[in-house]
Write a protein that binds this ligand. Structure first.
Ligand SMILES: CC(=O)c1csc(NC(=O)C2C[NH2+]C2)n1
Length: 130
């Protein structure tokens, strides 16, 4: 119904803003585009469901998310993939894991800071009855 579409439109505007802010942050450059298998040949042997911020943005535009929780689930997927692919004690792996955890904390903080909880409750109700 119409006010539901208005709510979901507002959600998309809100999620695009958060996704853009995360993608602008230089710390997160390695999460902004799909991993290039030319550069990282074994990546798809280890990571079965790749995710990145550019793909997140295109999912927003395809109306894939009808509440912030669904969006954060894909943020968590980016983070989980990075922790799985970079498990070693090496400084490089530790650095990437630290950046992945920072991405998650920033995303959750943006949502919490800018979304009032009853807006998210409304979105959940729309999701749950669809
Ligand atoms: C996106 C992501 O998690 C990613 C891209 S390259 C990479 N890791 C490496 O290149 C090596 C450091 N130990 C493996 N991780």
């Amino acid at each position: 119904i119409c006010q539901e579409e208005n709510t979901l439109r507002e959600l998309r505007i809100f999620l695009r803003d958060i996704c853009a802010k995360l993608a602008r942050n230089k710390q997160f450059f390695m999460f902004t585009k799909p991993v290039d298998v030319e550069e990282v040949p074994d990546y798809l042997d280890i990571i079965k469901e790749p995710m990145d911020l550019e793909t997140l943005m295109s999912k927003i535009d395809k109306h894939s998310y009808i509440c912030a929780r669904d969006f954060l689930d894909d943020i968590d997927l980016i983070v989980r993939n990075a922790l799985e692919y970079n498990p070693d004690k090496s400084a490089e792996d530790k650095h990437i894991r630290h950046r992945a955890c920072s991405l998650r904390d920033k995303a959750y903080a943006f949502i919490k800071a800018e979304m009032d909880s009853d807006f998210e409750d409304t979105c959940r109700d729309i999701r749950d009855k669809r």
